[in-house]
Design a protein around this ligand. Sequence first.
Ligand SMILES: Cc1cc2nc3c(=O)[nH]c(=O)nc-3n(C[C@H](O)[C@H](O)[C@H](O)COP(=O)(O)OP(=O)(O)OC[C@H]3O[C@@H](n4cnc5c(N)ncnc54)[C@H](O)[C@@H]3O)c2cc1C
Length: 568
Amino acid sequence: MYSHDVLVLGAGLAGMRAALEAARSGANVAMLSKVYPVRSHSNAAQGGINAALTDRGDDWHEHAYDTVKGSDFLGDQDAIEVMCREAGQELINLEHMGVIFNRDDEGRLGTRAFGGQRRARTFFVADITGQAILHVMYEQILKYNVRVYDEWYATTLITDHGRCGGVVAMEMRTGEVHAIRAKATILATGGLGRVFEPSTNALICTGDGMALAYRAGAPLMDMEMVQYHPTTLKGSGVLLSEGARGEGAYLINSRGERFMERYAPNMMELASRDVVSRAEITEINEGNDIDGCVLLDCRHLGRAKIMERLMYIHEVAMDLVGVDITKDPVPIRPGVHYQMGGIKTDVDGRCWDPAGNWKGVEGLFAAGETACVSVHGGNRLGANSLLDTVIFGRRSAEAAMDFAGANGHLEFSEDTWVGGEKASMQALLDNNGGGDLVAKLRLDMATAMDEGLGVYRTEEGMQQALNAVRGMKGRFKDVIVQDKGKAFNTNLIFALELGCMLDCAEAIAVGGIERKESRGAHSRLDYAARDDENWLKHILLYQGPGDQITKEYVPIVITQWQPEERKY
Ligand SMILES: Cc1cc2nc3c(=O)[nH]c(=O)nc-3n(C[C@H](O)[C@H](O)[C@H](O)COP(=O)(O)OP(=O)(O)OC[C@H]3O[C@@H](n4cnc5c(N)ncnc54)[C@H](O)[C@@H]3O)c2cc1C
């Protein structure tokens, strides 16, 4: 059997940062990914990464306050403090590894403004920041000879009595199923954006890790908090980075008005994302739209700046909607972008609570978008996610190495785990009757979620989405996988991913219905106000018993910033 001290699932920025930390310490570590590592969604990050550097007159407390306010006071302030305090050093680490960040006129690391922050503290590489960092990180992974299971698909966490001992995974090239044993397992499997359509996320962002942890008994937290990004391209939903507004681009409606004046007079286009998305939908609903969209206007930035700093979105707008952003405004609307919720962890990535206040799975860690620490609360600030991946990727590796040092391997029967997995895959392959094709079910689910759990929500709409998703969970049992072969059966993988997405979709809808207030991205027409008296708490969801979902609550951690009215 394959065996490691620390096994990292996922090779995006969180996974690579974790694996690198473990490898540097000489641990027996491996990384497993369903796609070649640099194809992970982190590669698509555009706008930048936040850090407050003191030699710029910035202060991590200010960054932390902006993050707390951005989260609409749902973020845990102890975790936010950790992230913002450690950001500067982590940024310098990245620079020393070789990330070629943009420089200012004096040759120092340059910054751009990002939404919801009172200072420009976003460090960037044009509008391809994720790609620049991920490739540098992968060079480090190669340098330290980390064992990588490329194009392996993890299907189940191996657990016994609330302790994780590794994973079952399929080698996609051969279709063989294996157990991989690990003393500590870190989930860094990214987000679930494709539970909704359209979405800015890559097709692989299907919430697998959240579903795996949830099925293994770990709680999911804040699942109702799904971020709609204000500037996604008409039709396809491809992202146009907040970096555009950071560089000074405007949002205008069909009458040519900079409508953000009416919604956020101080921060205008750089208010937090939930605020800007709501403003756009209001404009669209009031008829100030152009074919269901508003416009992002970059013309006044000038061609030189656009081609230096926004060349990627220039290319995307040209290719996908035929608009040259140096000459014309481009049609955009809000689209699903990021999941603030995820697998509950502490600040060291643990998916269980040593103090026993909530129960989870021992030996299991999570970092990056799949985790909910929670530093983003009800609304993530742009450029705080790349930061989250590297800070908590590193910290989870440190804690995982400690755990692996103090604990042996979990004993389990390889035959039982591998045999069980093969049997359930075979059951899917044996479906030949009148079931749905994977693509059809996936689109039905994603459309129902966008309709029921969009920018504005109601009890009725969310309940309809939940009923639809539950119906689809039933239909999933008969889903048709047309490819019956073993080698690279992507059809089977898509089916397995769909199973994960349905679990996540259900959790999002259940959380949404449960939270009877409006906070951050969760904006309800039937409970329009924030309710600090009753809802300064996180919702934890556990799968089971049976088809049931069990709800628990944990209070928000407040250290130094009391909740206040949120204005931009
Ligand atoms: C278009 C776009 C632009 C963005 N721009 C920014 C930005 O400028 N700044 C910012 O801070 N944030 C940005 N974000 C958000 C940020 O990029 C992501 O939240 C972050 O990169 C997630 O990193 P991660 O390591 O958690 O996951 P990912 O990078 O998504 O990696 C997930 C990994 O898990 C693996 N995996 C998943 N499931 C399985 C499985 N079942 N078996 C095996 N492997 C599996 C995948 O192969 C992959 O390697 C952007 C997001 C998008 C979509």
